[in-house]
Write a protein that binds this ligand. Structure first.
Ligand SMILES: NC(=O)c1ccc[n+]([C@@H]2O[C@H](COP(=O)([O-])OP(=O)(O)OC[C@H]3O[C@@H](n4cnc5c(N)ncnc54)[C@H](OP(=O)(O)O)[C@@H]3O)[C@@H](O)[C@H]2O)c1
Length: 232
């Protein structure tokens, strides 16, 4: 049975991916940082309990990542798909953003994927796929989005280096750049966001899955998905 690790699978795009991978009859392990999210996720997915594992782990905490990686190593001999999906955001003009928020965003969105990938390195084999979840904010700046853009531009640089480093081993590294998608990520962001014009999380997850599954002779280095109406 193929194995999948998804960070931040308790909501949004990650949760949709969890379900799609389960539908493909794969074993899925996911985690997120808030206990209440894990409890409600486990309730919702209880029929899949033989093939689905969900734990609490703060991806920005090296000790937590070490612990979850030890659990993953005990459960899985090999990882077929790692989706570095956990993400967070706080908006603010450059003069007002505080260093605590700045560090949190960099730690979750950039250092987290580095820590998880590094800790799991020995479990990737030929044709394993590592997908890092970037954004339109990986290629373009937006006013008040400086910390998020910095984290996602950084993640893109990390992804491109990782791809070259792991290429000789036949490990495939994919960067997904995703435009505005209707998820909970927007709920705490100041502003008037038109969720109607955003992509649906299920559609985004389906396109991502389609590009990484069953294609050992092709690596889609970059996936770029945008709402038909363009940038919000
Ligand atoms: N929605 C968009 O428009 C959009 C566009 C481009 C890219 N993206 C990216 O897509 C990814 C998924 O976002 P989403 O839109 O689906 O948002 P979401 O619904 O808010 O999901 C984010 C997930 O990350 C988890 N998470 C947050 N902080 C974490 C931490 N410290 N440790 C572990 N897990 C953590 C959350 O769970 P807990 O809160 O329980 O930790 C949740 O499961 C993110 O990387 C985001 O940047 C989103």
């Amino acid at each position: 049975m193929k194995t999948v690790v998804i960070s931040g699978g308790t909501s949004g795009i990650g949760k949709r991916l969890v379900k799609l991978f389960l539908n493909e009859k794969m074993k899925v392990l996911t985690f997120s940082s808030k206990k209440k999210n894990i409890i409600s996720f486990n309730k919702e997915f209880k029929e899949f309990k033989d093939n689905l594992f969900c734990y609490q782990c703060n991806i920005s905490d090296p000790k937590d990542v070490k612990k979850i990686s030890a659990i993953i190593s005990r459960k899985f001999k090999k990882i077929d798909f790692l989706i570095n999906n956990s993400g967070t955001n706080v908006l603010g003009p450059i003069g007002k953003i505080n260093v605590k928020d700045w560090k949190k965003i960099i730690d979750v969105n950039l250092t987290g994927p580095f820590l998880l990938t590094q800790n799991l390195l020995k479990l990737f084999k030929k044709n394993s796929v590592i997908l890092n979840m970037g954004s339109i904010a990986s290629r373009q700046g937006f006013p008040n989005w400086s910390s998020y853009c910095a984290s996602k531009f950084g993640l893109k640089g990390f992804t491109e280096s990782l791809r070259e480093e792991l290429r000789p081993k036949g490990i495939r590294v994919v960067h997904a750049e995703v435009g505005a998608t209707d998820t909970g990520l927007w709920d705490n962001l100041e502003g008037d966001w038109n969720k109607e014009s955003m992509m649906k999380d299920l559609d985004v997850a389906k396109f991502i899955l389609k590009n990484i599954i069953d294609s050992n002779s092709v690596n889609v280095d970059e996936i770029f998905l945008m709402p038909p109406g363009g940038i919000l």
